[in-house]
Write a protein that binds this ligand. Sequence first.
Ligand code: CP
Length: 338
Amino acid sequence: MNFSGSHILSIDQFDRGDVETIFNVADKMAPFAKRDSITKVLDGAILGSMFFEASTRTRISFGSAFNLLGGSVRETTGFEHSAIAKGESLYDTARVLSGYSDVIVMRHPENGSVLEFSKASRVPVLNGGDGTNEHPSQALLDLYTIKNELAFRGRNIDRLRIAMVGDLKFGRTVHSLCKLLALFKDIRVVLVSPEELKMPRELVEYLKEQGQEVIESDALEESISNVDIVYSTRIQEERFKSQEEADIYRGRFRLNQTIYTANCEPNTVIMHPLPRDSREHARELDDDLNDNPNLAIFRQTDNGVLVRMALFALVLDVEHEINSSARDTIWYTAGRSL
Ligand code: CP
């Protein structure tokens, strides 16, 4: 695809070459994310950051990514701080905000809302998560992490074996990740969920049509015994009719060190898009995994900055200019590593 000036709304936009392009640019962002160097390639540019649902990682890492490229961020969080609360349409909001920004990142609780917004926007729009539909930048950072974890083990993404665990019905990260994995070869996807929270049929069928192997199960321990990656997900309680309904499923698929040791191969990578629900009745990834070197959840969050920097650089067409204004940092950087 031609990234310059494009909206990034869905994994459907990408082919395998596009994904490799994003990852190659992301690799080049490491010195800036590690604070070895700074670049001002987006000096003067403004990111409009509009998050109408709760977010820690996506909102802050998109903002940090833009700052690390030298740009500034203007934020709106929550409907209550937006004129949408006074009845303003997405169309009008997009027309107005695209006059104030060079690029916009948006999260919204309704499926298709970011697409609708993008149609009225005069600048590129990046989807920070729309309802249960998609979370494309999360899937890209997840796959970038998978690529790096496998490279450390002398492997590449083709022939990956991955178990996706938890709320596969409402979890938008796994929806985007399935579409992304479908671009690669000989992938085995084990889908572990309660019957009521299974992966949407169209995504299962799509994976199969693309030649991937799909196994569905409601049993955790037998499903994680022959995989490279266990990708755990949170019960998306905000999508249920009531907390009581979400409580039925909470804590159903807990992974802790004992279960990991008993069932997983020694180098199985543990991933989660986060936030993990660490409350006592959930504990989907137990704290006792925190010292497990195969727990990649904070490598995922660090990689999110690189991948989001790459998306901005590509969409704003500066990927070849990032070093033109680079200089060494002069402040204490804590010996940060990625
Ligand atoms: N993974 C993710 O989307 O996290 P946030 O909700 O904190 O942005």
